[in-house]
Design a protein around this ligand. Sequence first.
Ligand code: HEC
Ligand code: HEC
Length: 496
Amino acid sequence: MSTDNTYAFRSGPQSVRRRWLGGGVLLLVLGLGVPLYQAWDPFFPERTPQYDSLETHFKYGSIGNEDQQGMPYWLWLVLPRVFSDKLPGPGGYTALGLLWEKGQELPVGFSRKEASISLVSPNCALCHTSSYRRSETDGSPVIVSAGAGQRFDAQGYLRFLFECASDPRFNADVLLPELEKLHGFSWVQKQLYRYVVIPKTREALLKQKQHFAWMDTRPAWGPGRAETMNPAKFGFLRMPDDGTIGTAEVPALWGMKARPEGVHHWDGLNPVLREIVLSAAIENGTSSQAINRREVGASLQKVQDFLLESAVPAYPFTLDPERVKAGAAVYAAHCASCHGAQGQGTPQLIPIAEVGTDAHRWDSWSEEAAQRFNDYTRGESWKLSAFRKTAGYLAVPLTGLWLHAPYLHNGSVPSLEELLQPPAKRPTSFYRGNDVYDPARVGFVSDKPSVQRGGVTYTLFRYDTSLPGNGNGGHLHGVELPADSKLALLEFLKTL
Ligand code: HEC
Ligand code: HEC
């Protein structure tokens, strides 16, 4: 855990000036300034949605990224209705795996901010929230914040928005009548939507589509995985497309207080939690100017506080105490030297040649990228300076391991039972995005091509281990153990 927990943001006259300027910046929806909005905005108080409960804030608070990632709320809401043909099933955004809690206005992972138009933008919980169900007919998934979100398809979400914008139906004649079914708009607001909001949002989405075109030359992420560093490299760090594949499994972020210092990211590319929170915010569209605003600094502080305090979820199914005891000894003998006595992780970096897992993610990060990220915030009072290139993958924390599935940095092995088999016996293809838990294999159900949710059948994503970046080899620890030791170890691993 990092000891440097302070969020240094500017205060005093500067922040007051910025608040007024911020009104204008706010309305550069998706980075596009519209003078008409600017003229109006000072009359609207700026409110960055924040919640007292750290967990509610994590799920629904703002990370201050509205100027670059904000979508006009009503427009965002209407897209799945008009373009339902572009979604993998019924249920609007939930078809992409988003979690929508009963009684909430937005799915987990989004905040809504009122400016001269209402904006919705994503936050950290969009990817970092897990859920599980006990069976296909179980109608109430258990939602676990700060989890290794396995259901949400981040790339599918981006592509849905890009495809909407590329469709000729993305125009005021089609969208306005649909918008009016949701909300009463004044004559002036309708003109705003017709002549500014709709065309500018379309333009901005098409620009982002261009920006993310490099994704199409790599294997699909599928639910529960994302590229986080290549978008930064090819985007604001201004590096050319180097052809690398950095797709990674979304890691669990809970219980960080118990983690040793420096144990972050699959390859340990930055050991300081505060820097990772700040850089993750930047990667998700929070600008330097926004970070300098007191309310955004306070919001990011709350996100970090939540990660430190969030509870590790206990295994919810029956355990065999005898086996757990026997398994603890197997763990101590074969695993603890790297992963720590309680599975809390260690800062040990295991060279790729030794751990033997897929090297693409490791290769995608470089000295140069680290240097550029460290230089990126020069001149700010909250500098980033700890980015580095490391020698391998970290011996990652195993706390709450039962809910990390699929396993390894690229999510290439669906269950713990299969991870304890030699690579030749691990499945070469399986289905991701299922939220029904399989206590026997210790992971999510992965051999069914579809899943039922609320009586609706959703097609799942087929993961192919032969594609570049998807390799399921390596990490041979425990694969040679006798069958009874493996069973015992599996039982113990459920308790971490
Ligand atoms: C689009 C999905 C996505 C969003 C949104 C997202 N993350 Fe992540 N996050 C990931 C992935 C994938 C990784 C693993 C990256 C890697 O190492 O290659 C990660 C890694 C991390 C890590 C390092 C994990 C560890 O072991 O210490 C932290 C901390 C983190 N994210 C925090 C955040 C915060 C804070 C936010 C919001 C400001 C955020 N993330 C938003 C997908 C996401
Ligand atoms: C020599 C050090 C070392 C030993 C010993 C070791 N591991 Fe690992 N383990 C690693 C590294 C490094 C990774 C990350 C590899 C990757 O994701 O590509 C890892 C990853 C894992 C993961 C994936 C975690 C996740 O969130 O997906 C699991 C599970 C795991 N190890 C379990 C075990 C078990 C069980 C043992 C003992 C039988 C063990 N490890 C022994 C180094 C080790």
